[in-house]
Design a protein around this ligand. Structure first.
Ligand code: HEM
Length: 454
């Protein structure tokens, strides 16, 4: 049987970095660019949780706009809801294969880092067909009690950390103690990684998202997690386990070699880890700052679905869909686009477009946010959407039930939101879990709490 070897499997979460650091086929080395024009970075920046005003204005005034021409390629941004939806629904006109721009010279097979978001049919169709059966409601039902256990364990751990926290103030960093560990454990369960291997995998995963070492650190760590997963596949080949890796080995072990299956697993890890972690952290922030939101989640189980959908829309952590390249000269919602143009679709701007949500685009937990595109749209729509939803519903309801008075303890101007990121997020979220702790610290004149109470 034919073995599948993805041409280019690159991490969509680090898309901007990938595009920047690699060499274009025309021989232009993007690494020599010292900065990106501001116009190009607008969809990757925010003001707190909100899009920049320039982006909001674009989505109503010029929803399809040419931002720049770089190395002979027009760079477009699509930011209106209808325009983004129409563009993503049209699978035939675009290629997602940035490999055509990127030299693979000098990169070993293990370094071809992964995800199906940057592949085109027929390879994309083949890879996706392997993955979708692993994400059916029936398969995911296996994970539901597991997620509940993981969430409860992390809530216990967070409470213990807060009790022993700095200065005895009862504060804890929710990003470190909850937002990253929950999706990490869930993905380990999904993939079926043995418990004894997880600590090593965790340390590689942390390095992968640590931008402090620049591209070298990220790409080195990316190759490490991929190599780890390739070995995990090899180890299970003789005796397939319960998770996704074992399932694919049982069903398609003769078609998929260790490298390809390791690449698929790596793409799942990459697609599902940082995105879900960012959602958990930012959602906690929004819920804790919105009067009545935590209590609604706690007291009204029927609200959970609605609140989570509105959080997904409002936060849209994957700010841009995968970059698309026009296969031919084309017309998009009336605007002519030349073959070879690179097109970014701002999911964030689309999800805040008044045509979707009316003039009030802020977080409203009474809103029925049914048509948002936080998971994209069309043939590359998120494979893990139902798992992500399940995880968010379980985790946020449990958090609100256990700590309904949770308060963020740093003033807004001290919160470290990502500055330029394909996946938006926050580095730390210091919280007090119980209202009395936050109030006592405020009364004691803790500078963190100034202006937070009341
Ligand atoms: C809240 C969490 C998540 C968000 C907001 C999110 C969002 C997205 C978005 C916007 C896309 C790209 C759509 C496009 O360009 O058309 C995508 C693709 C993808 N996501 Fe997610 N995702 C999340 C969680 C997950 C999880 C938990 C997994 C797996 C465990 C996952 C796996 C993938 C994969 C494999 C793709 C590529 C699909 C393809 O190209 O066919 N994601 N996701």
């Amino acid at each position: 049987m034919t073995k599948i070897r993805p041409l280019l499997l690159a991490p969509f979460t680090k898309l901007a970095g990938v595009v920047l650091r690699r060499r274009l086929s025309g021989g232009i080395d993007l690494r020599t660019m010292r900065f990106l024009p501001d116009s190009i970075t607008v969809p990757l920046k925010r003001d707190g949780l909100d899009p920049l005003p320039e982006l909001t204005a674009l989505s109503t005034e010029e929803p399809i706009k040419k931002l720049a021409t770089l190395f002979g390629h027009d760079i477009w941004l699509v930011s209106g809801y209808d325009e983004v939806r129409a563009a993503l629904a049209d699978g035939d006109s675009w290629s997602n294969d940035l490999g055509q721009f990127v030299s693979q010279k000098g990169r070993s097979d293990e370094e071809q880092i992964g995800g199906l978001g940057m592949t085109d049919p027929p390879l994309h169709t083949a890879l996706r067909q392997y993955l979708t059966p692993e994400f059916t409601m029936r398969r995911l039902a296996r994970l539901e009690p597991v997620i509940e256990r993981i969430v409860n364990e992390r809530l216990d751990a967070m409470e213990a950390a807060a009790a022993g926290g700095e200065g005895g103030l009862g504060e804890v960093d929710l990003v470190k103690e909850f937002a990253f560990p929950v999706p990490f454990e869930v993905i380990c369960e999904l993939l079926g990684l043995p418990v004894e291997d997880r600590e090593r995998f965790r340390s590689l995963g942390v390095a992968r998202f640590d931008l402090t070492q620049g591209g070298v650190g990220v790409f080195g760590a990316a190759a490490d997690t991929r190599e780890f997963l390739i070995k995990a596949v090899a180890a299970q080949r003789a005796n397939p386990g319960e998770g996704l890796i074992g399932g694919l080995l049982r069903e398609h072990g003769d078609e998929l070699d260790d490298l390809v299956l390791g690449g698929i697993a790596d793409g799942v890890f990459l697609g599902g880890y940082e995105t879900s972690a960012s959602m958990l952290a930012l959602a906690t922030y929004v819920l804790s700052e919105t009067p009545g939101a935590m209590q609604t989640l706690r007291d009204d189980p029927a609200s959970v679905h609605r609140v989570v959908e509105e959080l997904l829309r409002h936060l849209t952590v994957v700010q841009l869909a995968f970059l698309r390249i026009a296969k031919d000269d084309m017309v998009l919602s009336g605007v002519p686009i030349k073959k070879g143009s690179v097109v970014g679709m701002s999911l964030m701007a689309a999800n805040r477009d008044p045509r979707l949500v009316g003039e009030e685009s802020g977080f409203d937990f009474h809103r029925e946010a049914t048509r948002h595109m936080a998971f994209g749209h069309g043939m590359h729509r998120c494979v893990g959407a139902e798992l992500a939803r399940m995880e968010l519903r379980i985790a946020l309801r449990a958090l609100a039930t256990r700590f309904p008075d949770l308060k963020v303890t740093a003033p807004r101007e001290e919160l470290e939101f990502r500055k330029l990121a394909a996946v938006y997020g926050i580095e730390k979220l210091p919280v007090a879990l119980h209202g009395d702790v936050a109030a006592a610290a405020a009364a004691a004149g803790c500078p963190y709490h100034a202006g937070q109470e009341g």
